[in-house]
Design a protein around this ligand. Sequence first.
Ligand code: NAD
Length: 419
Amino acid sequence: MNTQNEHPSKPKLVILGTGFATFSMLHYLHLKEFEVCIVSPRNHFLFSPLLPSTTVGTLEFRSIIEPIRALQERAPLKFYQATCTGIDFDTHLVTCEGSFDGETFLLNYNYLVIAVGAVNKTFGIPGVLEHAHFLKELADARAIRQRIIENFERASTPLIPEEERKRLLHFVVVGGGPTGVEFAAELHDFMEEDLQDAFPDLMPEARITIVEASKTLLNTFDQELSEYTMKRFARAKIKVRTGTLVKEVLPHGVRLADGTELSSGIVVWSTGIGPTPLLQSLKSVAKDRGGRLVTDEFFAVDPARRVFAIGDCSTRSGDELPATAQVAQQEGEYLGKHLNRIVRGKTPKNFHYRHMGMLAYVGDRRALADTKRVKGHGFTTWIFWRSVYLTKLVSMKNKILVLFDWFKTALFGRDISRF
Ligand code: NAD
């Protein structure tokens, strides 16, 4: 139980989550004017736009994370590695479950910010949780990287039956949104640039298939860019099965809606995101059809009770902003400044979203840019893609590590050790 303010003169601000929204908010918040307490099962911030690059070793895992405690350099703040399991809006208490021993504790708040992000959507499809890999956290990327290399090593053992070898070397990606496309692109680069030299005999059998329910890949991008990606993938022999729904994930593959089975050595599930268990448990608050918390124009869930929600877990009433990093980042910036104004008794300002556009990597040093100023694809766009992400990384340490990893990969290739 921790229900006392340690500094009674300062309002206690409890923040749930350590994603883009939180990190951005903390950057703008006057930390010294609050007693800040952060609760999250993850003790670091993850620069998720570059996560697919870590699944094959283009980037190292630790190059795209920043410990949340690094912020203690700016001001004292508390962090608890725990999951918030309930909120009592009447008593201003949140219930948390520790990440290590599962102990339950309570925290009081004067202000609460819910920035818990989202979880992978499975649509209740059988076998997803048991047999598929998600791509949302570093642990997912690490498991995928180990599995890819393991499959190649297994496939090269002398007594392996042909059918089993083909299965191990078939990589299936379910969902042709940006996550699925960028992962397939990185995997293809890994095969062409590194695994080709290490396993030349196996390469003719190695295959990637993307299964996408709708008619096209990247359907939130400009149609021309989505067509370009389909053509590039066809040339790279990445099989794209559009208009195809996966109905079940099996221990060794997937079953499609028409009953066909695709045997596979790994299934990566990237069919979008949905509400976390915490959001599902909150009954007395307004939510949209996707289960996100609906807030007022100032991101307040309930202004009288001083509860705010930002990032992937929320949507402003009347807005239809997508659950992306740039939206979370801008909402975090706004709320940090908004809270500063509240404690100083200033009148609130309005939030204006600035859409920067979308970027995606499509393999072989080619990227897409769908922005107001630049709409294009190809090698120059890939340079633009890298420059944008390099500038967006949150710390100088991350920028240097990412730059170093890119040079290392270009010079020496990706590491294919399994440990
Ligand atoms: P998404 O929602 O963008 O795409 C998921 C895809 O899976 C959809 O095209 C859907 O038709 C398909 N799908 C759903 N169920 C299926 C099934 N059973 N079988 C086959 N296909 C199925 O999901 P995402 O790619 O994980 O992205 C999540 C969010 O993050 C989005 O808002 C996205 O814009 C954002 N994001 C953006 C970038 C970028 O801009 N570079 C990168 C990653 C994520």
